[in-house]
Design a protein around this ligand. Structure first.
Ligand SMILES: CC(C)(COP(=O)(O)OP(=O)(O)OC[C@H]1O[C@@H](n2cnc3c(N)ncnc32)[C@H](O)[C@@H]1OP(=O)(O)O)[C@@H](O)C(=O)NCCC(=O)NCCS
Length: 165
C-alpha cells in the first residue's frame, strides 16, 4: 500500500476514520482543523491515493514542570528553568483497517523526526505523550518513552531521538 504524510487540509476525507477510540475519532472529525486554524496544534495525516485519512498525529509547544521529571534526569539542567521546554505529541491514531502493518511506527517516526528538526531551531528537551490507555503506553515504551512519575504522561529525550535516526 502506498500512503503519504501531509499537513491536515479541509479537502481530505475523514468521515469514516475509525481507530477504535471515539475520543480520537471525534477529535479528527470535529476539532483538529479548528485547533490548527487557531494555532493551538499542528496536525499531520497519513493519506491514501484518494486523499482518505488513514492516520494522524498532532504536535504542540508545551512545557513540563521541572519537578515532574525524575530528579536524576534533570540534575544537570540549570535550576532557573522551573519549566522545561518540550513538544507535546498530543494524539496519534491509525485507522483499524491498516493497524498492525507498521504504519503506526512510520507515523511515530515521522512525528519524532519532525520534533527533532524543530528542536534544532526552538530549544526543546523532550517529546511528551499522554497515552490513552495501557496499550498505548506499551506501544510508546517499545520506542524508548519513559513514564513521568505522577502524571501518567511519558517522554522521550531529544538526545534519545537523535540516536534513533
Ligand atoms: C498505537 C497504534 C498507533 C499502533 O499502530 P500499529 O499500526 O498497530 O503499530 P505497528 O504495526 O506500526 O507496530 C509497530 C510495532 O509496535 C508494536 N506494537 C503495536 N501496538 C503495540 C502495543 N499496544 N503494545 C506494544 N507494542 C505494540 C508492534 O508489535 C510492532 O513491533 P514489531 O515490529 O517489533 O512487531 C495504533 O494501534 C492505534 O492507533 N491505536 C489506537 C490509538 C492509540 O492508542 N494511540 C496512541 C496514543 S493516544
Amino acid at each position: 500500500m502506498r500512503l503519504r504524510i501531509e499537513g491536515l487540509e479541509k479537502k481530505f476525507e475523514k468521515s469514516n476514520f475509525d481507530c477504535g477510540y471515539a475520543l480520537l475519532n471525534d477529535y479528527l472529525k470535529k476539532q483538529a482543523r479548528q485547533n490548527v486554524q487557531r494555532d493551538l496544534s499542528a496536525c499531520f495525516v497519513l493519506l491514501d491515493d484518494s486523499d482518505v485519512i488513514k492516520g494522524y498525529y498532532t504536535l504542540s509547544a508545551n512545557s513540563i514542570q521541572r519537578n515532574e521529571f525524575q530528579p536524576e534526569l534533570i540534575v544537570k539542567l540549570p535550576v532557573s528553568y522551573s519549566e522545561l521546554p518540550t513538544i507535546l505529541l498530543g494524539r496519534l491514531a491509525l485507522d483499524t483497517s491498516i493497524k498492525g502493518q507498521g504504519w503506526g511506527e512510520i507515523l511515530l517516526m515521522d512525528a519524532l523526526n519532525r520534533c527533532y528538526d524543530i528542536s534544532m531551531s526552538l530549544g526543546s528537551i523532550a517529546v511528551v505523550v499522554d497515552p490513552i490507555d495501557e496499550n498505548a503506553q506499551s506501544f510508546y515504551k517499545k520506542y524508548g518513552f519513559l513514564l513521568l512519575p505522577d502524571s501518567g504522561k511519558m517522554f522521550i529525550a531529544m538526545k534519545t531521538i537523535e540516536k534513533l535516526f
